[in-house]
Design a protein around this ligand. Structure first.
Ligand code: APR
Length: 304
């Protein structure tokens, strides 16, 4: 199996490490800064005997090397600086993602593409359009990351194992993300009966602002351990053909009554990419929130 990662920065290089150490695939790490990608590939190669895998990694700036990829992950682009929203990245990242997508179309036309670059939903929509691939083959990583952040904070509050918490974080990867509280459970018990409303509201807010909280603490750069972990989870679901349900940003075509927007919804992910979009029954308030989120993403797409 072969995974190409476009952008050898913090998210891309950490994802490369995760893929290699899983033993699932060989990796091509491509960056516009050629020597940096080569240097990181050398460093990751030197770690292989210690990490105990036999996978190979190459660093490059040449798109020919991504040919034959099963999965291509787009992490190229600018990360936020303190005080910026993800939407503030549109102008800089749209040109990058468009160029990257055109190269994927040319050199890896049979690959499944996972978008990580922000603003996530808008960049996913753009990558789908620029590759011209079926919508099942181009989707974005965000809901799994936001869900993981939410699960971590809930489990910490209740002092329960993280594995006992189930949730869905739908909508945009931004201020209008939609926690589906009606389907958030701890060992099968609804969260609303376990955490008082004001505390739950503050956990939701902290989850929504978690990326910005981390950006402000890091001073330079944005989160990368958790984004790369979520991107790896999706990559592994494709390579292992698990068909597990996870939240991905996908271009809707009538599902949830929406069209012409990429937005986070639960999907079954396998070797063909998005193999099924799951239409959850939402409460009235969650449905209204989801629609408002779609509207916000559409106005961001309109800027393109
Ligand atoms: N082609 C290839 N690589 C590019 C291009 C391009 N056209 N433009 C920029 N890059 C590379 C940069 O050289 C850099 O190495 O993308 C990399 C981005 O790495 P970082 O700056 O470390 O950013 P990172 O933290 O990895 O985030 C990347 O993911 O989570 C999102 O918001 C985040 O949009 C950002 C993206």
């Amino acid at each position: 199996m072969k995974v190409s990662i476009i952008g050898a920065g913090a998210v891309g290089a950490t994802l490369a490490q995760r893929v290699l150490e899983s033993g699932l695939a060989d990796v091509v790490l491509l960056d516009i800064v050629k020597n940096m990608a080569i240097g990181k590939a050398f460093d990751l190669s030197d770690a292989a005997p210690l990490a105990g895998h036999e996978c190979s990694i190459a660093g490059t700036d040449d798109y020919k090397e991504i040919s034959g990829s099963d999965v291509v992950v787009i992490t190229a682009g600018f990360a936020r600086k303190p005080g910026m929203t993800r939407e503030d990245l549109i102008a800089k990242n749209a040109g990058i993602v468009k160029g990257v997508s055109e190269n994927i179309k040319r050199y890896a036309p049979d690959s499944i593409v996972i978008v990580v670059t922000n603003p996530l939903d808008t960049m996913t929509y753009l990558a789908r359009a620029a590759t011209g691939f079926a919508r099942q083959k181009v989707f974005g990583m965000a809901g799994e990351l936001d869900g993981s952040r939410f699960i971590y904070l809930i489990a910490r509050e209740l002092k329960v194992p993280r594995s006992s918490v189930q949730t869905y974080m739908l909508g945009s990867h931004g201020d209008t993300m939609v926690p589906v509280l009606s389907k958030t459970t701890i060992s099968g018990r609804p969260v609303s009966g376990l955490i008082p409303k004001d505390k739950l509201d503050s956990i939701v807010k902290r989850t929504r602002d978690r990326g910005a909280e981390i950006v402000s603490l890091l001073v330079s750069g944005s989160a990368y351990y958790s984004p790369s972990a979520a991107a790896f989870k999706m990559t592994a679901a494709i390579l292992r053909d698990t068909k597990k349900t996870m939240v991905a940003s996908v271009c809707l075509d009538g599902e949830y009554g929406l069209k012409d927007v990429a937005i986070g919804v639960p999907c079954k992910i396998g070797k063909k990419g998005i193999e099924k979009i799951v239409e959850l029954e939402l409460s009235e308030a969650e449905d209204a929130h989801f629609r408002a989120s779609a509207k916000a993403i559409k106005s961001s797409i309109a800027i393109l």
